[in-house]
Design a protein around this ligand. Sequence first.
Ligand SMILES: Nc1nc2c(ncn2[C@@H]2O[C@H](COP(=O)(O)OP(=O)(O)OP(=O)(O)O)[C@@H](O)[C@H]2O)c(=O)[nH]1
Length: 359
Amino acid sequence: MLDPSHSEEKLRIEDLRSFKILDTPAEQAYDDVVKLASYICDTPIALISLIDEDRQWFKARVGLNAMETPRGQAFCAHAILDPDRVMEVPDTQQDARFVDNPLVTGDPGIRFYAGAPLLTPSGAALGTVCVIDRVPRKLTERQSEALQALSRQVVQLLALRRVNAELELVTKAQTLRHQQLENQQRRIEELNHDLQEQTLTDPLTALKNRRAFDTLLSHEFARSLRSKSPLCLLMVDADHFKAYNDAFGHVAGDQALMFIALAIKSQARAYDHVARYGGEEFCVILPDTQLNEALVVAERIRDSIKSIHGLRRPMSASIGVAYSEGISSPKRLVELADRAMYLAKQGGRDRVEIFLPPT
Ligand SMILES: Nc1nc2c(ncn2[C@@H]2O[C@H](COP(=O)(O)OP(=O)(O)OP(=O)(O)O)[C@@H](O)[C@H]2O)c(=O)[nH]1
């Protein structure tokens, strides 16, 4: 028998393992082969036996319950030593190699054995398709040829199995790569979106910044023209903010701006747009809004700024209101809101003013 440490035997074991067949569940195609072998050779037992390092393992079997036996008892381990021909043992009682074999002296009581090696293209014999009987006998030439043909079929099945396994691996790798690419793409889109958000957001108050405001106002203005539904613009400017900064410091000033932003937001509807226009100046776009409604919102904002808790001293704001009806451009609307806000400053601050263009 081949020494398992022998280099050829090592290669044979490697070849066998590469098929990943050992200890796999029963499969119809292999079961059919042993049924045919048993039928053609007219034996009660037929097996597909694979010779592993220290055992023979049966991929398919009829007439035998065992799943495997130690390699030392395996007739097939002898058969694979001469891989080109069927090894036949007509009567184990007359064969010195097997007469004391536990499979002969005990269960299943082998008297006759014939095994056709499973010869792979690389020249390795992985095991056999074998038939066994409990009485001495001989195969006819046609039976012996049929057994060899069945053994070749099993080798084909094994080769197909390996190709399928490799294909599956390639497909899995491709799917994985595809998923990775998709994930990367999604991440890039998220990053792009975040970046875009960052360029449109005021870092101190998290409101829309001037850039975002300009775009939003253009869109809303165009929409208001299309839908013939007016919009209003509020310009909210904190009063005496320089004095607040000077008295309590820039950090306290920053905090006050954040509070003011929240106070304005708290009075806006979901579809209004609140932006930090610059410094201590905020804008609110009120789509689909009549002038009287805008004045109500502006008053509420003024009140909510006056009622901010947590400031070093109470804050107020002057608010200018502009109305889009009869106005030719978003730029003009901003000018009007700005003028209205200056009117509020001039009028004593902490108030809401409108600037209606002369008709
Ligand atoms: N802490 C802080 N202060 C800012 C910021 N942006 C602008 N300011 C300050 O806001 C102040 C605005 O001052 P002014 O334009 O004189 O206006 P004001 O003091 O509010 O006076 P009125 O508007 O006339 O009531 C300046 O001192 C700016 O330095 C900011 O992001 N943080």
